[in-house]
Design a protein around this ligand. Sequence first.
Ligand code: NAP
Ligand code: G4F
Length: 328
Amino acid sequence: MKKALITGITGQDGSYLAEFLIQKGYQVHGIVRRNSTLFRSRIDHLHTVDESETSSFLLHYGDSSDGTNIARLIHQIRPDEIYNLAAQSHVRISFDMPIYTVDVDALGTLRLLEILRSIDWPTKFYQASSSEMYGQTTVATQNEETPFHPRSPYACAKVYSHYQTVNYRDSYDMFACSGILFNHESPRRGENFVTRKITKAVAEIKKGLRDTVVLGNLDARRDWGYAPEYIEAMWMMLQQEKPDDYVIATGEAHSVREFLAEAFGCVGLNWEDHVTFDEKFLRPVDVDMLCGDASKAKAKLGWEPRTKFKQLVQLMVDADMAALEQGQ
Ligand code: NAP
Ligand code: G4F
């Protein structure tokens, strides 16, 4: 049985990736942070009573800021594949917590790469890079060759991790891949990212539980895809003969305003009657437009997005409506 180690397993992507790898027959090990509660809503359904060495799903306490703990876990587990998804992943919050964000999102990756340099078995490494690295780009659709112009502490940290991943691959012949993923969403998306914030509000407004949602910049354009399809691409990258970097995106960009119109439209409401503005949701600088060109992933991995923008919005609104009906 192949062993995969996932950092960030409690997050949106980590939870989908864990499900996907278990279905593929992997033994999945996840690193979780110590919290005051054991509530881990995205992965609670994966728990089994079997906590023996042969269980398909095992969790370990750890933190990307603690290299000795991660090293001990890697030596104990001896994973065949490592997916580094752990991050302080909120761009606006990275302006409030730049040092912490860099410690986890940049140095956390370097700590892992340094551990992998010294192990004596072959392991494949996936780094969760981001389209935020393109930042204030002037290129209409961004691919693997497009220069980076990061616009936040988060994006700077991700650029650092991307280049270290490439550097360790070149320097030490490591099987290390950087997946440059554009925004991907789902009903498991954190509630303070704009798509989920909107779909949750739409459901609550439709049910009469509130009347407004407060937002920041509505002009930003993003390339939004469906998360369960994006985690498949991560796995595909590690199954290739040679390690490489890939853009994963839909190739279609929409503004926050368009997302609002679509989401409120799903329940027969006009967004302009329910949206107010607060500058606290603005960033010191924002990224105006991101739109990815995933032709390399299509040609080499055979990966293509399947869920279109309208379907994505609909499925997120439906899930938030259903959750309310079930009293969640
Ligand atoms: P997410 O939902 O915010 O999940 C982040 C995960 O990282 C959580 O499991 C979190 O644990 C964990 N984490 C945070 N700080 C940590 C630390 N110090 N030590 C160990 N674990 C820590 O993010 P996501 O949307 O699944 O994204 C996964 C990865 O892809 C991230 O690296 C993100 O930056 C990157 N990415 C995401 C997108 C996107 O659109 N979703 C696009 C490009 C790249 P807790 O549950 O304990 O907080
Ligand atoms: O949903 P967002 O917070 O996502 P953002 O900043 O694009 O970052 C996400 O995608 C990246 C990939 O490109 C990931 F690397 C990163 O980890 C994260 O998953 O904001 C999207 C846009 C921004 O322009 C923001 O200014 O929506 C705008 N926005 C407007 N009002 C808002 C709000 N964003 C948030 N979070 N909350 C608002 O009230």
